[in-house]
Write a protein that binds this ligand. Sequence first.
Ligand code: ADP
Length: 509
Amino acid sequence: GSSGRDPRSLHVVHMTAEMAPIAKVGGLGDVVTGLARACLARGHNVEVMLPFYESLPEDQIEDLHHERDFDCPKGRVWDGQMQHSSLRTSVFGGKIDGIPVLLLRPDWDTCNIFRGGRIYGGSYNELEAYLYFSRACLEFLRISGRQPEVIHAHEWQLSAVPMLYWDVYHAGGLSRPRVMLTIHNMDNSGECRQEEFAYTGIPGEAFATVDKALDERTIGHNPERLCLMKGGIIYSNAVTTVSPTYAREALEGGAAGWLRSTLAKPEVRGKFKGLLNGIDTALWDPATDPLIPAPYTPERLEGKALCKRYLQQGLGLDVNPDKPMIACITRLVPQKGIHLIRHAVYRTAQLGGQFLLLGSGHADGNFRAMAANDFKDSRDVRIMVMYSEQLAHLMYAAADMVLVPSLFEPCGLTQLVAMRYGAIPIVRSTGGLADTVTDVDAGSEDGNGYSFSGMDNASLNTALDRAMQTFKENRDRWTELSQRNMRIDWSWEKSAGSYVDIYNQLSSY
Ligand code: ADP
């Protein structure tokens, strides 16, 4: 209905390296799609600018059509001299999952940027690629005559956008937009040598001061280094990160590393905020999910039992509704608590449960060996080192519990998806996990999972063991909790409102 529409319609252009479902590596992709869809539904004009990676499945892009070509200014430093050039760039329009996109592809006769079989880790230089992409997005806005109210840049990859916008484009014809930066993870802040910045076609010297993008760690021994995220923070009109606790950890703890002093500057403090992510309830809905064998709702949970049975059968596990099934769906990087995941596999097996790990990434050697040696013909443990959207959906639907033992977690989406699918989250209480999971034994009414705080195995046991015990000894309580969790509203509705508030503040100047 029209009740969900905002009084003032804004034009918002996202610039991002990822977008779910077809250009997704992790949560960044989910957030862009979920937020864009929610803002479209509220009556805003939203476009998403994304690299046209060679790996994108073109048959999943609706209305794909060529928009125009242009020459994107570029540069490099050679022998200490800035050399200017340009890169022919093609722009394609279309829709991904119903959301308008603008896909940018450089001329592959002269470069390899964005080529290869996957999104990251191709044979091209990633820093060069995203600096070029940042420039190309702005250049396209300028030549296409777009004047959105808000340019919404994401992560270190697009952090040069606010810098280039205010230093070059604002005076150069793109006068209306204000720029917002969302930081999804401060782990990678985009280190960049001054001369590398020249890939944008603008010399890096312009930004090499402490009040701009100079990387303060390097003062005295390497005055050449810039930090894109610092520049992005300084130059943006608003900066958000993806949960209130992560924002606090950035300001008061170690989450932002040395960027803490940048975020704590009074002029930044006032424009920096943590807004909790939502989940895309169109892509994540057990009542309509085409990727699961039996749909279900909190009122009719039989489908969930069928999904568990289906997965147990399909994976050759012991088919038993009474064995607690724990799923862990994650990128295998240190952030995600790899040693705790390992430990949980053994602990779960020891306690008579089933453990399914779906892990993507390169830090997978140990898991492959573990699968081959310790759980080769196991009827209770499956370790799958791969990325699979299909399996992820099946696992959320089948699982009784979802484990998220992150060492740090800006927001985390898996615990939210878990709840929507009626699985109980077991999490380490940090960042967005602390904002969204309340321990059922902590005495508050809104308990929805199990949490622990230490980084050691014994801490994890305090949560895992309680969950397993409740599942085995009090199934009625378990089912009730599962139904209650499914009804919690984790949709983008609320958070999108907070983003729109910021868009409105920015564009009312
Ligand atoms: P991050 O962005 O750090 O990876 P999030 O919890 O914010 O963590 O988002 C992770 C998203 O990626 C979730 O939608 C999750 O289901 C998905 N995901 C993670 N690993 C895999 C995998 N191996 N296969 C399929 N989906 C995955």
